[in-house]
Design a protein around this ligand. Structure first.
Ligand SMILES: [Zn+2]
Ligand SMILES: [Zn+2]
Length: 148
Protein backbone atom coordinates (compact mmCIF):
# COMPACT_ATOMS: atom_id res chain seq x y z
CA UNK A 1 0.00 0.00 0.00
CA UNK A 2 1.62 3.22 -1.17
CA UNK A 3 0.93 6.84 -0.27
CA UNK A 4 -1.12 8.36 -3.12
CA UNK A 5 0.81 11.64 -2.73
CA UNK A 6 4.45 10.61 -2.51
CA UNK A 7 4.60 6.84 -3.08
CA UNK A 8 5.99 6.01 0.38
CA UNK A 9 5.06 2.61 1.80
CA UNK A 10 2.19 3.17 4.24
CA UNK A 11 2.37 1.86 7.81
CA UNK A 12 -0.54 -0.45 8.56
CA UNK A 13 -2.78 -0.06 11.63
CA UNK A 14 -1.25 -3.17 13.25
CA UNK A 15 2.34 -2.14 12.60
CA UNK A 16 1.72 1.23 14.22
CA UNK A 17 1.09 -0.48 17.58
CA UNK A 18 -1.42 2.21 18.61
CA UNK A 19 -5.05 1.35 19.20
CA UNK A 20 -6.22 4.65 17.75
CA UNK A 21 -4.95 3.42 14.36
CA UNK A 22 -6.37 -0.10 14.54
CA UNK A 23 -9.72 1.01 15.96
CA UNK A 24 -10.28 3.33 13.00
CA UNK A 25 -8.52 1.29 10.31
CA UNK A 26 -5.94 4.03 9.71
CA UNK A 27 -2.79 3.49 7.63
CA UNK A 28 -0.36 6.38 7.77
CA UNK A 29 2.41 7.80 5.64
CA UNK A 30 5.73 8.28 7.47
CA UNK A 31 6.74 10.94 4.93
CA UNK A 32 3.79 13.34 4.66
CA UNK A 33 1.74 12.26 7.73
CA UNK A 34 -1.30 11.69 5.51
CA UNK A 35 -3.88 9.15 6.70
CA UNK A 36 -5.45 6.40 4.59
CA UNK A 37 -8.59 5.02 6.20
CA UNK A 38 -10.30 1.79 5.26
CA UNK A 39 -13.56 0.51 6.68
CA UNK A 40 -12.53 -3.15 6.38
CA UNK A 41 -9.38 -2.50 8.40
CA UNK A 42 -11.31 -0.78 11.22
CA UNK A 43 -11.55 -3.01 14.28
CA UNK A 44 -14.45 -1.07 15.77
CA UNK A 45 -17.90 -1.79 14.34
CA UNK A 46 -19.00 1.76 15.02
CA UNK A 47 -16.15 2.99 12.85
CA UNK A 48 -16.65 0.65 9.97
CA UNK A 49 -20.36 1.48 9.85
CA UNK A 50 -19.63 5.18 9.87
CA UNK A 51 -17.06 4.80 7.11
CA UNK A 52 -19.59 2.91 5.00
CA UNK A 53 -22.03 5.79 5.47
CA UNK A 54 -19.37 8.27 4.42
CA UNK A 55 -18.58 6.15 1.38
CA UNK A 56 -22.16 6.64 0.15
CA UNK A 57 -21.36 10.32 -0.12
CA UNK A 58 -18.65 9.65 -2.69
CA UNK A 59 -20.27 7.14 -5.02
CA UNK A 60 -22.40 9.57 -7.01
CA UNK A 61 -21.14 12.90 -5.78
CA UNK A 62 -17.91 14.71 -5.30
CA UNK A 63 -15.33 16.04 -7.72
CA UNK A 64 -12.98 13.67 -9.51
CA UNK A 65 -9.36 14.20 -8.57
CA UNK A 66 -6.07 12.96 -9.80
CA UNK A 67 -5.17 10.44 -7.11
CA UNK A 68 -5.76 6.71 -6.99
CA UNK A 69 -7.08 4.75 -4.06
CA UNK A 70 -4.14 3.15 -2.21
CA UNK A 71 -6.27 0.06 -1.56
CA UNK A 72 -7.86 -0.75 -4.94
CA UNK A 73 -6.35 1.80 -7.36
CA UNK A 74 -9.74 3.16 -8.43
CA UNK A 75 -10.20 6.88 -9.00
CA UNK A 76 -10.95 8.99 -5.99
CA UNK A 77 -13.37 11.88 -5.55
CA UNK A 78 -13.01 14.77 -3.18
CA UNK A 79 -15.73 16.46 -1.17
CA UNK A 80 -16.14 18.67 1.86
CA UNK A 81 -17.29 17.41 5.22
CA UNK A 82 -18.03 19.19 8.46
CA UNK A 83 -18.68 17.58 11.82
CA UNK A 84 -21.39 18.77 14.18
CA UNK A 85 -20.02 19.70 17.57
CA UNK A 86 -21.81 19.10 20.88
CA UNK A 87 -22.99 22.74 20.99
CA UNK A 88 -24.67 22.31 17.58
CA UNK A 89 -22.18 24.38 15.61
CA UNK A 90 -20.14 22.91 12.77
CA UNK A 91 -16.40 22.44 12.60
CA UNK A 92 -14.42 24.03 9.80
CA UNK A 93 -14.85 22.24 6.49
CA UNK A 94 -12.33 19.54 5.82
CA UNK A 95 -11.63 18.01 2.44
CA UNK A 96 -11.75 14.25 2.36
CA UNK A 97 -10.79 12.15 -0.66
CA UNK A 98 -12.89 9.04 -1.00
CA UNK A 99 -12.65 6.02 -3.27
CA UNK A 100 -15.58 5.60 -5.64
CA UNK A 101 -15.34 1.79 -5.40
CA UNK A 102 -14.23 0.59 -1.98
CA UNK A 103 -14.85 2.33 1.33
CA UNK A 104 -11.44 3.94 1.66
CA UNK A 105 -10.51 7.54 2.30
CA UNK A 106 -7.46 9.71 2.12
CA UNK A 107 -6.80 12.68 4.40
CA UNK A 108 -3.92 15.04 3.76
CA UNK A 109 -2.27 16.01 7.02
CA UNK A 110 -2.99 19.71 6.37
CA UNK A 111 -6.74 19.07 6.49
CA UNK A 112 -6.74 17.74 10.06
CA UNK A 113 -4.08 20.21 11.17
CA UNK A 114 -6.54 23.00 10.53
CA UNK A 115 -8.73 21.49 13.28
CA UNK A 116 -6.01 20.71 15.79
CA UNK A 117 -3.86 23.10 17.82
CA UNK A 118 -0.61 23.97 16.05
CA UNK A 119 2.37 21.77 16.83
CA UNK A 120 4.95 24.26 18.05
CA UNK A 121 8.05 22.25 18.85
CA UNK A 122 9.68 23.50 15.67
CA UNK A 123 10.71 20.11 14.37
CA UNK A 124 7.78 18.17 13.13
CA UNK A 125 8.26 14.45 12.91
CA UNK A 126 5.72 13.04 10.42
CA UNK A 127 5.33 9.87 12.46
CA UNK A 128 4.34 11.58 15.68
CA UNK A 129 2.34 14.05 13.66
CA UNK A 130 0.35 11.20 12.10
CA UNK A 131 -0.29 9.95 15.63
CA UNK A 132 -1.70 13.27 16.81
CA UNK A 133 -3.77 13.59 13.63
CA UNK A 134 -5.19 10.09 14.20
CA UNK A 135 -6.28 11.24 17.66
CA UNK A 136 -8.00 14.30 16.13
CA UNK A 137 -9.72 12.03 13.64
CA UNK A 138 -10.81 9.67 16.42
CA UNK A 139 -12.41 12.57 18.31
CA UNK A 140 -14.12 13.90 15.20
CA UNK A 141 -15.45 10.49 14.47
CA UNK A 142 -17.61 10.51 17.56
CA UNK A 143 -19.47 13.49 16.13
CA UNK A 144 -22.11 13.27 13.42
CA UNK A 145 -20.77 14.36 10.03
CA UNK A 146 -22.51 16.63 7.57
CA UNK A 147 -22.06 16.37 3.81
CA UNK A 148 -21.79 19.75 2.13
ZN1 LIG B 1 2.79 10.53 1.94
ZN1 LIG C 1 -10.65 1.87 -3.34
Amino acid sequence: MLCPRDGTLLISPDESGKSVFSRNGIFHCPTCAGLAINSEAASSKMCSEKLELMHDGFKDEGIAIDICCPFCESDMNVRDFAFRKIDGSLTELIEIDGCTECSSFWLDSGELQRLSPPIDNGQVNPNSEAKSLAVVFDLLFHLPFVLL
